[in-house]
Design a protein around this ligand. Structure first.
Ligand code: SF4
Length: 239
């Protein structure tokens, strides 16, 4: 079946928002988390409800850098690029929840695997809803680095316990970071199998320092019974 015919069929029952504010789209290797190393289409949405000082995608905050892309356009792009994974990232993708849900619904129908990256401050999707057909990766911003106003919404912990379509990715550089993260994991009842520790790199680190930090965090992850995520794109010099 042609992509455009599939798109028409997938849209035929929908009357919800038909476009998203997109900052950029590109194909690369997913460098982090549970789908690491998959060839992915990245769709970066505009707007964020936080202002993390360490944010490396500040250009996604402003609507000035965005353009409206129809859901149909994004689905056709997915068909053309034929990725193993579609990563919807930001900014904070859940600020455009209704249109995002529509995109997920259509891509799921067409057989694509969709991962949504979120800061976890907005409510999680309802289990069984079209949005919950995506896999979610939450990067909490209230531990160990604490961003003002960045409290993780309780519904993500609930979703993790009931549904398992969600992973938590924590940045860590030191033993103290890891201990703080593990206390948080226990307090919030997050199953350890859904937890990733990922190296918290700093600007100006040499490749050797980045690799050394990876080894240290991987050892911590093993010791604490959680997963380790590399930052493959940094190691390989990819976007
Ligand atoms: S939540 Fe993510 S996109 Fe938003 S400011 Fe923080 S790091 Fe940047």
């Amino acid at each position: 079946m042609s992509v455009s015919r599939s798109v028409r069929q997938a849209t035929s029952v929908s009357s919800t928002p038909s476009s998203l504010r997109v900052v950029e789209t590109f194909v690369s290797i997913q460098g982090e988390g549970p789908f690491c190393c998959r060839r992915s289409l990245f769709i970066r949405l505009s707007g964020c409800n936080l202002r993390c000082p360490f944010c490396d995608t500040k250009y996604s905050w402003s609507a000035e850098n965005a353009r409206e892309m129809s859901i149909e356009e994004l689905v056709v792009l997915t068909g053309k690029t034929n990725p193993s994974l579609v990563v919807v990232t930001g900014g904070e993708p859940l600020l455009q929840r209704a249109a995002l849900e529509e995109l997920v619904r259509m891509l799921y129908r067409l057989g694509y695997v969709v991962q949504v990256e979120t800061n976890g401050t907005l409510e999680a999707p309802e289990p069984g809803s079209p949005l919950s057909q995506a896999f979610f990766v939450v990067s909490p911003k209230d531990v160990p680095v604490k961003v003002p106003g960045a409290k993780t919404h309780w519904s993500w912990f609930d979703l993790a316990r009931r549904y398992g379509h969600v992973w938590f990715k924590f940045l860590a550089a030191t033993r103290e970071h890891v201990e703080e993260i593990m206390r948080y994991v226990e307090e919030n009842g997050i199953p350890r199998r859904l937890v990733y520790l990922m190296p918290l790199t700093e600007e100006g680190m040499s490749p050797e320092q980045v690799l050394e930090l990876h080894k240290r965090v991987a050892r911590e992850a093993l010791e604490h019974g959680v997963n380790f995520s590399p930052r493959m794109h940094l190691l390989l010099g990819l976007k």
